[in-house]
Design a protein around this ligand. Structure first.
Ligand SMILES: NC(=O)c1ccc[n+]([C@@H]2O[C@H](COP(=O)([O-])OP(=O)(O)OC[C@H]3O[C@@H](n4cnc5c(N)ncnc54)[C@H](OP(=O)(O)O)[C@@H]3O)[C@@H](O)[C@H]2O)c1
Length: 313
């Protein structure tokens, strides 16, 4: 069984630790400049990231730091011969995502963007049904992911442009990823409207993507507004309604056969599903995931680069 090393020990890393504990995966070491003293007994704690990369006990590094540091830390880990699971967004530009992939290829190491939703049983099933004709041809998607944070929170990574803040990178990536999962090609055009913060990052954003065959996605994201975070996929013969689509456990299919609710509970807090996928893919000698492929990450980053530029100009 491979052993994990964590680069970063913030909010999501602690939840990921819970997920790994649930499936009995080992954590060899955790690096964090501010959180090293809080590391569970028995796990090696490092106060800097270089020591983690040099730890021969670590097989795979989970990068869960602020967005601005993902590319640099993932590349350091890959060059040190580690596999990498990197929190979303993989990097803050498509150019950096491509560099990370080149390094993974050159070192023959596994690299995956941690879009945890994609490995949840409910999300997987809903996307599979959207693509297999259950609702005819999928033509439209609407999906929102918005929450209201405290705008006065000190040093908050969601607000600080130097840490690559903003709604698109933080939560917009989920509805964009869903549209890409279902439509599976690069959008042909994009329209973006944004409510920007004082520091010129998106607090709230509406994104419309158009795809070949008159297929459209209407997406929204926010860090200053609580929205209903459902997704509706509409096809020529019906609909799939995903409740809380980014953590989907329940969805409804409405088609010619009637209305059916599907229940697919996640295990523990859900983060173990992506961890199990990493273990299985690596054991099978794979360097990328078929569900969150390198091409998917490049497309996401390309769309976000453009959307952020359009939002902020
Ligand atoms: N999958 C999910 O559901 C989910 C949910 C939340 C977040 N995320 C993603 O996970 C990542 C971390 O989010 P989080 O909410 O866990 O963040 P967080 O609680 O603020 O933790 C951020 C971590 O980044 C490290 N860091 C490295 N360089 C830093 C710098 N220059 N300034 C500040 N911190 C720095 C900090 O460690 P040091 O002690 O070394 O400073 C800290 O451990 C982000 O990419 C986010 O989008 C994913």
């Amino acid at each position: 069984m491979m052993k994990w090393g964590f680069a970063g020990y913030g909010r999501i890393a602690r939840k990921f630790e819970e997920g790994l504990n649930h499936i009995g995966h080992d954590i060899a070491a955790i690096a964090s400049r501010s959180g090293a003293s809080e590391v569970t007994e028995g796990i090696t704690a490092y106060h800097n990231y270089d020591d983690l990369m040099n730890d021969s006990e670590v097989d795979i590094v989970y990068v869960s730091t602020t967005h601005n540091t993902h590319a640099q830390l993932a590349i350091a880990a890959l060059e040190a011969g580690k596999h990498v699971l990197c929190e979303k967004p993989m990097a803050t530009s498509a150019e950096d995502v491509k560099k990370m992939i080149q390094v993974a290829k050159a070192n023959n190491r596994f690299l995956m963007e941690a879009i945890w939703s994609r490995y949840l049983p409910g999300y997987q099933k809903a996307v599979a049904l959207a693509k297999d004709g259950t609702i005819g041809d999928a033509l439209q998607i609407s999906a929102n992911f918005g929450f209201k944070m405290n705008p006065d929170a000190p040093k908050e990574r969601l607000l600080d442009p130097s840490l690559a803040a903003g709604a698109i990178w933080d939560v917009g990536i989920y509805p964009i990823s869903l549209a890409q999962d279902v439509f599976a090609e690069s959008p042909s055009s994009m329209h973006v409207d944004a409510d920007l913060s004082k520091l010129n990052v998106e607090d709230r954003c509406a994104i419309q993507l158009a795809y070949s065959g008159d297929r459209y996605a209407q997406l929204s994201c926010a860090i200053n507004l609580n929205t209903i975070n459902n997704a509706i996929i509409t096809g020529t013969k019906g609909h799939i309604i995903m409740k809380d689509f980014w953590m989907c456990e329940h969805f409804t299919v409405i088609n010619e056969e009637g209305e059916k609710i599907h229940h697919h509970p996640m295990a523990s807090n859900g983060l173990c599903h992506e961890a199990m996928a990493c273990q299985e893919l690596i054991a099978d000698g794979q360097v990328q995931s078929p569900l969150i492929s390198w091409e998917h990450s490049i497309q996401l980053a390309t769309i976000m680069d453009k959307a952020i530029k359009m939002a902020r100009e």
